[in-house]
Design a protein around this ligand. Sequence first.
Ligand SMILES: [Zn+2]
Ligand SMILES: [Zn+2]
Length: 121
Amino acid sequence: VRKSKQRDLVLEIVLRSKEHPTAEDVFSEARKTLPRISLGTVYRNLRLLTDEGQIRSIRFGSEPERFDGFLDVHEHFICKVCGKIYDIEPTLQIPNLPGKLVTDYRLDLIGFCESCSKTHV
Ligand SMILES: [Zn+2]
Ligand SMILES: [Zn+2]
């Protein structure tokens, strides 16, 4: 009972967030509800939920891993100043590669978001 409660909470936090939280973000949010939850438990549940396909794990270069509860095909725009990640509509047509089966792909768009482009461009 206790275990599934932790897991449901972790899932709920990722699904609710639009910020593509890191494990640390999920951990600090989870502690508001379950003060005794550990970072290890949060990691374990994030891993489990990712393996089950209930959430997605995303990585940008050497940045810490982030989690995404939005499962529809979409791309990410990452602001290199503030680090905010925006969901965007898919823009790429997956090419036909004879003899190969594409199961996943990624396209990360990197640049300046609206507010950062005012001060950095
Ligand atoms: Zn920005
Ligand atoms: Zn996303």
